[in-house]
Write a protein that binds this ligand. Structure first.
Ligand SMILES: O=C1O[C@H](COP(=O)(O)O)[C@@H](O)[C@H](O)[C@H]1O
Length: 232
């Protein structure tokens, strides 16, 4: 598997470099196709990068964006990934981004799946770039090890799937593995020595070890460019 690693001396350097890389991908897509589409992760890692990205020179009104996964909570909830995106990315000129929300009023992600599927199907596909986080258990997007819906989410022909994490809070909606794999590029965005070591383990040779990590399954399946952006 060919994964390009990019390491930075600080999180600020990482945020600046990743924001510039994403902007370059989006600008190239706009030049080729007139529009661009991308999806970002939530959690704690991307806030600084979102701010740096919002300050990039991009024709934001030609850009469609969504999240690779979302906790099934209202947008006002402290754990909402969309809340983080709205707070840090959809600001200034970047507020012109055509953001497609991956949550709706349905009581559960299982009940809301069809509506979110229809929303994402209206976005330009495949995505030009996906920014993937990774949890301490090797989950990426909301492809959680041990989740009852994991195999379905890794094989489904749909764009999204509902997932119930075995331990982490909130039911989720996630891009399916095939949807992620079709992206023109995937970039894993992680920080800290623990996640770096975990990703090295997940990308190792011992199948009995590596197969438990969804991040490995995703990177094995990804058809486009694959990058890791890391800082301590
Ligand atoms: O729950 C989630 O966790 C992962 C990792 O988040 P982080 O806080 O460790 O950066 C994130 O990529 C995912 O989008 C989110 O829903």
């Amino acid at each position: 598997m060919s994964v390009q690693w990019h390491e930075f001396p600080s999180k600020d350097d990482l945020d600046a470099a990743l924001a510039a890389k994403i902007a370059a991908v989006l600008n190239a897509a706009i030049a080729e196709r007139g529009v661009a589409s991308f999806a970002v992760s939530g959690g704690r890692t991307p806030a600084g990068m979102f701010k740096a990205l919002s300050e990039q020179d991009v024709a934001w009104d030609k850009v469609y964006a969504t999240l690779v996964d979302e906790r099934w909570v209202p947008v006002e909830h402290a754990d909402s990934n969309e809340r983080t995106v709205r707070q840090h990315l959809l600001t200034g000129a970047a507020s012109a981004i055509r953001f497609v929300s991956p949550v709706c009023e349905a009581p559960t992600p299982h009940a809301g799946e069809a509506e979110i599927e229809a929303r994402l199907a209206a976005m330009p596909q495949p995505f030009d770039v996906l920014i993937l986080g990774m949890g301490d258990d090797g989950h990426t997007a909301s492809l959680f090890p041990g989740a009852a819906e994991l195999e379905h989410a890794c094989a489904s022909t749909t764009l999204v799937a509902a997932v119930t994490p075995p331990v982490a809070p909130h039911r989720r909606i996630t891009l399916t593995l095939p949807t992620i794999a079709r992206a023109r590029a995937v970039i894993v965005h992680i920080t800290g020595t623990g996640k770096k070591a975990l990703l090295h383990t997940a990308l190792g040779e011992q199948k009995a070890v590596t197969e438990q990590y969804p991040i490995r399954r995703v990177l094995d399946a990804a058809a486009g460019q694959k990058h890791v952006f890391w800082a301590d």
